[in-house]
Each structure stands twice: as C-alpha cells, then as structure tokens.
Design a protein around this ligand. Structure first.
Ligand code: T4K
Length: 388
C-alpha cells in the first residue's frame, strides 16, 4: 500500500495505485469458519441439504429470538423474500416506495404486475419523507414499503399513521438493517412484516439469503406455504407458491456468522468513526452520520459531496478507482432513472428533487471487516489530497 501525501502521489498523476489489489465496497464479513465447517460436516453426514432442514430451523429460531419477533421465515434471497411478502400481504395496483433504494425494492413489485410509485426522501436521513408519501396516494394505492436505508430506521410511526388513515398495508425493506434499532427495539418487528437480505455484501450474511420477520401468525403461515410451492404436507398443494427456500449451507453460514456478529458490528462502528474523524473539516464533503442513540450496523460509510466541492463527485470516484479503491455511487440515479421505470415515469424527477440531489452527491466507501485500519487511513488520505 502506498502512502499518499500529495497530489503527485495519486495514480491519476501516473504514480502506481495506492492498492495492488482492489479495495471493495461489500467485501463479505466472515464469522466463525470452524463453526461453519463443523455445521456443514454434520449436514453432509445427515444428507439433508435443503427443504426446511434442521439448520434452517435453528437459524430461524436464532434470528427470531435475537430480534424478539414471533416468526422468522428464511428465504433464498432478499428479493424473493420481498416478492413473497408483497404477495402474502395481498398488495396490488400501486405501492409507494422510495426511488432512493436498491432497484430490487421496485422490481419485487413490478415483477408481480404492481406499479411502484416513487415518493421523495428526506435529504438528511435518505429515508422516505412522510409528506411526500401522502402526496403520492391515489385510489389505486394498496400499500407502502418503507426502506431502512443504510441501516437507519425509516420514519416508522409516521408511515404507520398514514397507512392506518388510508387503509393501506405497511411493510419494510430492512435489507440494510440487520442489527439496527428504532426507539431501542430491534428492526424486524415493525409494520406488517420486515424483509432482510443476507446477501454476501451485507453486514450479516448467509452468502445468499434473506428472511421475512413478522408477529402475524396468518401472514407467517401464508409465507411458509408460498416459499415451498404451496405444499402443506406430502402431495397437498393448497396455495400458489414458488421456490423461496433457504438451503442448509446458507443457514450454516448464518449460524456461524451470528456468533461473531457483535464483534463485527463494533468493528464497523469503529470504521465509520475513523472515516468521520479523518474526513471532518475537508471542504465540500461530509460523512453521513447515524443517530448515536440507535444501533446501526454501520456497514455503509456514505460520503456526501456538496455541489460546491472543488472536485466533483464523479471525479472523486474516478480518482479513487484509479487507486484501486472501488467506491460506489449507490443508488444512483435512483430507481426512477432505471428501466422500466424511466419509460414508465419519464417526468418522475420533477417530483423527486431530494432524491435527485442526493443521487448526485453520494459515494459509498469501502468498509467491513476485510478492511485494515491502515486501509482506512489510505482511503481518507486519497480523498483529502484530492479535495483539499
Ligand atoms: N433491498 C435493498 C435495499 C437492497 O440493498 C438489496 C440488495 C435488496 C433489497 C435485495 O436483496 P438480495 O436479493 O440481493 O438478497 C449488491 C448486492 O448484490 C445486493 O444484495 C445489495 N442489495 C446491493 C446494495 O449490492 P451489486 O450489483 O452492487 O453487487 P456487486 O456484484 O457489484 O458486488 C458489490 C461489491 O461487493 C463489489 O465491489 C464486489 C464485492 N463482493 C461481492 C461479492 C458477491 C465481494 O467482495 N465478494 C463477494 O462475494 O449489488
């Protein structure tokens, strides 16, 4: 790794890149590998690999008890989990979602013939703005999906009030929020249900995987059926369904990763604090802060580049990439700027000024357990030298 002290040290000036190997956003956090090996060895002895196996059941119990929620239904990934939750809730017509989210939130609706209607966000929290949600309600609206973006809770109570007033269903995309809290309670217990992604790039992962958590017995039962083709026992299909099952290897990874999760979360919090400290006072940029009284996985370190910053956001990203620091501009340009939504709502940006502004200033920096303290110093040095 190169020590960056001046502009001449930067790869854009012909110097070698800061890192020989790329430094990624989303490098997987890996917990207790011995435990994983032990669990999978027993799995092979049992010859039970999927279809609601013992590891999946153990994993579901562990998640439900950790989040203090009645049901956890593990799934093969977060997108299928969203689709199944949406179907189990009976959503149809139009559903209000933020545009400022990973495109899976919108696709999970569109894929089932439901129109995602994009509401604007609060530019400070990056989460849905309740007033904007109200403006997007029509006679076709059946629900709202709040997203706990970057692990920060969406405005849960305000969205619930709107949903209750208009007879709408409320669910949450909690893909970023495993380990986060709202008013001191674990995310996973709000709305009709909450959907997690346990993808490899998430703070807590099962390689691929996801889950829906809910306190509603009927909803949980419907989702369990839908996850397994609608089967209730042998030869008895009582519901339309799909294949949303989590496999045993993924559950083993989840159980192994749960063991080390507290240490990983503490490390991520430290990483976030180091970035914030080292980049404080650099003109035109700021590290997005999370609520200090709530738990957040701190998995996403988000840098905001102000319009008056001497160097543009895209120039910063290009320079970092030249150093092999693969920062991302998640979730630019917002779902409304992606297909098919760009064609569906060609003028959506007029109603999404905050989304558009945030999309132009966002940079997600490498974080996670794979990063050494010295890596963070080098990334910050590169940013400081570029902007100062
Ligand atoms: N809702 C929200 C709000 C979400 O953010 C997501 C997923 C979902 C729903 C859907 O959940 P899933 O169906 O995915 O469970 C990645 C992830 O694939 C996606 O899960 C995640 N959000 C999204 C934010 O990021 P890409 O297209 O950016 O992935 P990719 O391949 O560019 O990888 C990201 C970085 O991670 C790269 O720099 C490489 C690094 N990486 C990745 C993998 C898989 C590794 O170092 N090792 C690995 O094994 O979407």
């Amino acid at each position: 790794m190169k020590t960056i002290r001046s502009a001449a040290d930067l790869a854009i000036n012909g110097a070698p890149p800061a890192f020989d190997e790329p430094l990624h956003v989303g490098r997987p956090n890996i917990g207790n590998i011995d435990r994983f090996n032990e669990l999978t060895a027993r799995m092979f002895e049992r010859r039970w690999l999927t279809n609601n196996g013992p590891l999946v059941q153990e994993f579901e119990n562990a998640i439900a008890s950790r989040l203090q929620v009645k049901h956890c239904i593990a799934m093969c990934n977060g997108t299928i989990a969203l689709e199944i939750a949406i179907r189990a809730l009976g959503l149809s017509g139009e559903v209000i979602v933020p545009s400022w989210t990973f495109v899976a939130t919108a696709h999970a609706l569109y894929w089932q013939g439901i129109t995602p209607v994009f509401a604007d966000i609060d530019p400070v929290t990056h989460n849905l703005d309740p007033a904007a949600v109200r403006r997007m309600i029509t006679p076709r609206t059946t629900g709202i999906i709040g997203v706990h973006l970057w692990g920060r809770a969406a405005p849960v109570e305000a969205l619930q009030t709107i949903a209750d007033e208009h007879g709408l269903k409320l669910m949450f995309d909690a893909a970023h929020a495993f380990g986060s809290s709202h008013r001191g309670q674990s995310i996973g217990r709000f709305g009709a249900c909450e959907v997690f992604s346990f993808h490899a790039t998430k703070s807590f992962n099962t390689m691929e995987g996801g889950a829906v958590t809910t306190n509603d017995d009927g909803l949980a039962e419907a989702m369990r059926l839908m996850r397994n083709f609608g089967f209730k026992g042998y030869d008895n299909v009582i519901h339309p369904g799909t294949n949303g099952k989590m496999i045993e290897v993924c559950a083993a990874m989840g159980l192994a990763n749960l063991e080390g999760f507290e240490a990983l979360a503490t490390n991520s919090e430290r990483t976030h604090a180091t970035y914030a400290r080292e980049l404080a006072g650099v003109p035109g940029i700021s590290v997005l802060a999370y609520d200090p009284v709530e738990r957040n996985s701190h998995h996403y370190v988000v840098l905001e580049v102000a319009p008056d910053c001497p160097v543009s956001r895209d120039a910063i990203i290009a320079a970092l990439h030249a150093e092999n620091i693969l920062a991302r501009k998640y979730f630019w340009p917002g779902c409304h700027g992606m297909q098919p939504y760009r064609d569906l709502f060609p003028h959506a940006s007029l109603l999404l000024p905050n989304t558009c502004a945030v999309a132009e200033r966002n940079v997600v920096l490498p974080a996670g357990a794979a990063l050494a303290e010295s890596d963070i110093h080098a990334v910050c040095a590169a940013v400081r030298v570029l902007v100062d």
